[in-house]
Design a protein around this ligand. Structure first.
Ligand code: 5RP
Length: 230
């Protein structure tokens, strides 16, 4: 995915932003282009308040003097703009490649409108080639991992590797919420609704990266512009 395509998707998304809006800011390299472009508009007088999906995005937005709030003081979010790791024809998503899926889902789910910015490389016929991130509580993580593996087999999804995501030092990566991430190498997810529902039932699972019935539109950036699917 080229930086030009990412920026073009971000610039297209910016057209949806109006004065007085509360915005949810996503996480990842594409979302970072949106924050950068938004910062330019704020400098020119655009009046928005933003809620961030991660500490990294929060720091970027603050460095650009974008007014920030937390979700409890700004609970009505008009529009969230975020990236994705995969999207299918029903606009179902895999997210969490940047380990921010918990806050991303809380904010996306409470937004009047959630728009994904991406490029065509994230478009798939069926979700699952991208490893599905699952955020888990560190307490009893090995047990939670075993329960997930058993559950995948019950669903007929055999031989799926579940890996603990590591940080640069080789230890388990810590999310902004103090949790760890398990990456499920499903290769294909034939029934995302079923998998999402069963993962929701496993103790220790904090959240999973299947965003179903959440995205309202996907803006696909290209080298020359952008196309919107809704
Ligand atoms: C972070 C995410 C990101 O939106 C996703 O990983 C896409 O990132 P990028 O724009 O860098 O490809 O879900 O948790």
């Amino acid at each position: 995915m080229s930086d030009i395509a990412k920026r073009n998707a971000a610039i297209e998304a910016l057209k949806l932003v109006e004065d007085g809006m509360t915005l949810g800011l996503g996480t990842g390299s594409t979302a970072a282009f949106f924050v950068e472009e938004l910062g330019k508009k704020v400098q020119l007088g655009l009046d928005v308040i933003c809620v961030s999906t991660s500490e990294v995005t929060e720091a970027q937005a603050r460095s650009l003097n974008i007014p920030m709030a937390d979700l409890d003081t700004a609970p009505t979010i008009h529009l969230t703009i975020d990236g994705a790791d995969e999207f299918d024809p029903e606009l179902r998503l895999i997210k969490g490649g940047g380990a921010a899926l918990l806050r991303e889902k809380i904010i996306a789910d409470s937004s009047d409108m959630m728009v994904v910015i991406t490029d065509a490389s994230k478009q798939v016929a069926q979700l699952g080639a991208f490893p599905l991130p699952v955020e888990v509580n560190p307490f009893g993580m090995a047990l939670t991992k075993a329960r997930i593996e058993e559950t995948l087999e019950i669903l007929g999804m055999y031989g799926i590797h579940v890996n603990v995501r590591l940080n640069e030092g080789g230890g388990p990566l810590l999310t902004d919420g103090g949790h760890h991430i398990l990456d499920l190498h499903c290769k294909a997810i034939p029934d995302p609704d079923m998998l999402g529902a069963v993962l929701d039932q496993i103790p220790g699972v904090v959240e999973h990266g299947l965003f179903l019935d959440i995205a309202d539109a996907v803006i696909i950036g290209t080298e020359t512009g952008a196309e919107t699917i809704a």
